[in-house]
Design a protein around this ligand. Sequence first.
Ligand SMILES: N[C@@H](CCC(=O)N[C@@H](CS)C(=O)NCC(=O)O)C(=O)O
Length: 239
Amino acid sequence: MIELYSQPTPNGQKVMIFLEEAGLQWKHFDVSIRTGDQFKPEFLKISPNNKIPAIIDTEGPGGAPIALMESGAILIYLAEKTGKFLSKDARKRYDTLQWLIFQMASVGPMFGQANHFTNVAKDNEYGRNRYVNESIRLYKVMDNRLRDSAWLGCDEYSIADMAVYPWTKMHKDRGVDKDNHPHFMRWYQAMEARPAVQRNNAMAAEIRTRMEKAAEGKEAVNIYDTKDNAARLAKATNR
Ligand SMILES: N[C@@H](CCC(=O)N[C@@H](CS)C(=O)NCC(=O)O)C(=O)O
């Protein structure tokens, strides 16, 4: 059984997509980053960086439980555990890993900052331009890659596609469409046609509603105010 400690943000959804694609037995444990669950001592035991997602595989290596954080590492672990979505052919495997890391190092952090400066720190023009422009460049990189390759990682559907897809749902906001990014859009539509991806999207909406309801009346943590993050962490870990 895979226990997923998470919230259905793009980083959470990548793991949900894998679990659905692979048909693994799994359960979602809600960790509300709005109400500060990421700073609870029990969560920090499995995710010391106080971020979702994290998993516990109750039957890890040698039959003993294993806890993991970092969505890229989780996807590699699950791919190796199941023998699915990460090719055994060395070239395809390293191609896939390089595009997975492209997501972890570029798409996630840059798109995240672009969203922040577009929706939260709206009066910071420098930040908005820097990250929105970088996001637009990254969409072109993906369009070029998908001109030459059926899927992002290699010629097979893989963990690289699962990692990127949830981050690209807002592509229209960056002016990406069929005319200017035809190869990206072909891939995006192929992703949306997959039953496991559709199940993920439905489940993500359900879990989001459930978590919003559970958070009603609770004090919210301002995750954008990072000044007292160190204090929150110290309190949670008694340091
Ligand atoms: N590199 C990490 C990033 C995880 C991450 O940034 N998670 C965010 C939500 S998408 C989070 O937990 N934020 C809570 C906080 O910063 O307090 C991964 O891919 O797992």
